[in-house]
Structures are given as structure tokens and as C-alpha cells.
Design a binder for this molecule. Sequence first.
Ligand code: GUN
Length: 295
Amino acid sequence: MAAKVISGKEVAQQIRAEIKVEVDELKQKHNVVPGLVTILVGENPASISYVTAKGKTAKELGYNSIQDDQPGDISEEDLLALVDRYNKDDSIHGILVQLPLPKHIDANKVLYAINPDKDVDGFHPVNVGKLVIGEAIFKPCTPAGIQELLIRGGAETKGAHTVIVGRSNIVGKPIANMLIQKGPGANSTVTVVHTGTKDIAYHTKQADILIVAAGQPKAVTADMVKEGAAVIDVGVNRIGMTPEGKAKLVGDVDYEPVKEKASLITPVPGGVGPMTITMLMKNTLAAYKYSLNEK
Ligand code: GUN
């Protein structure tokens, strides 16, 4: 039986509509709108497209959205000073520094300089720590989007064996920590597999829920998936780049054959991607409410 395809695009639209209602109400009451700044260093094409999409969504929701573009050769010192300026700016509730940063800049140093109360990416160690102990204010956007897709897609996480492929700080580690917590949309038994794992397929074949963030096309093929599993594809791989700079976007899962075996699957594009941006908007709303004392 072919899987039910969960459209992240549709779920994201639904959540954005919910956010808009809340923002409009708070705006009326306080006469302040949520403020989000995205800092983009250099001209990485993928980063430009992500930041543009984030800004467009923020504007659609009535946020004060600032895209602060900086040259690729900005010094670490100047970038830290810029972050500090936004830390002190009361009209800005969320600060996002788009990654990757150029090699001459210590990315961690920059991420650690963001006021944790404005860290809408959830990358600051204070927020990572809060996530691990189940006290998160800002769940990192991609894992938060995955969790929301599982909930709204009807995948039962409680008691499920969830296998995560990939151990990045942005996806694998935080989603593992989120899904082992008690409470709704979690309470899973979690296995994380990675490049150091001896037999990845041995583990993936046991997954009731399989989350794939490997960064490689066809990292998961149909023979690695259990019949009836829910499969979340986090991959964003651009293949077959044309001279005009156009590429095909594919995930990490061999989509068509896996779809025939799974009970639930997310497409690429239109799966996790739109959810990531939406969760950024949700985190910015949370930061704004925090500043208004409306928790
Ligand atoms: N680059 C790729 N994904 C992300 C993300 O979620 N946040 C930031 N800041 N940079 C990224």
C-alpha cells in the first residue's frame, strides 16, 4: 500500500494562519509587532534563498522583518558588534545568523553572542541545555517542524521506536532529545545512527518512525525501511545543476520505492522545508510574547 503523503506546505499554511490570528490580537493590544532580523554574511546561493524565504514569510505575517546583508569579508569583531547591537534593540525580538559562516569567522562564537532570549534558532548552549532537560523555550526550527508534522500527520510517537539517521547539532541531536521527553508528540524509544554506526540498515529496518537527515541522496533505500513505517525526509540536495544555476531538489530518501512501503512519508520539496520557516515564525512569536510578558 502506498503511503499517505504529508504536505508540509499545507500544514505550514495552517500553522501560519494560527500565528497570524495571535499576532493580530497582540498587535491590537500592545501596538508592537514581532521583530526578526536575519543576518546574512556573503553570497552563498542556498543561504540567500533561505533568508529571502524567511523574510517573505515574516512580512506576510505582519512582522517587522529586517534582512541585514553583510559582505563575506566582514571581520569577526564587526559581526559580533552587529549581533550586540540587535541584542540591545527593543524592536527586535528574534536574531538569526544564517549558517554557514565564512571560514575566518568562528560560528560558535557568534551564536554564543546572541542573547538567549532572542535566539530563535535555539542554537545557544543555554537553549540547547533547556531543550535537553525538557524546558525548551525555543526548539530548533527543523526538529520542531518534524515534531509538528508527526503530530498533525497522525504518527503515534508514544512507545514508537524512532530511528534518526544523522547526528548534526541542527537536526539529529535536538530531535533525538525532543522525542525522548515525556509528553505529547514524544515519548519515543530513540536510536541515532551515524557515520560511525556499523550496520545502519539493521537499525533503520526496525524503525516505526524513521527520520533521515544524512545529507546524501538515496541514503535510505526501500530495503532499509520496515513495512508501514512513517518516514520523514529532512534532506535538501541540489542535483544536476544547469549552467543557469537551476538544480533539482531531492531528499535523502529514495522517494518512490520507499513511498510504496511506508505508511506516511514527507516529500522533498514541500515537506520539512516549509515547516522549518514556520517554526522560526513561531519562535519569533514566542520571543515577542516573552518581551511582552505574555507567555
Ligand atoms: N543554515 C541551514 N539551516 C539553518 C538554520 O536552521 N538556521 C540557521 N541560522 N542557519 C541555517
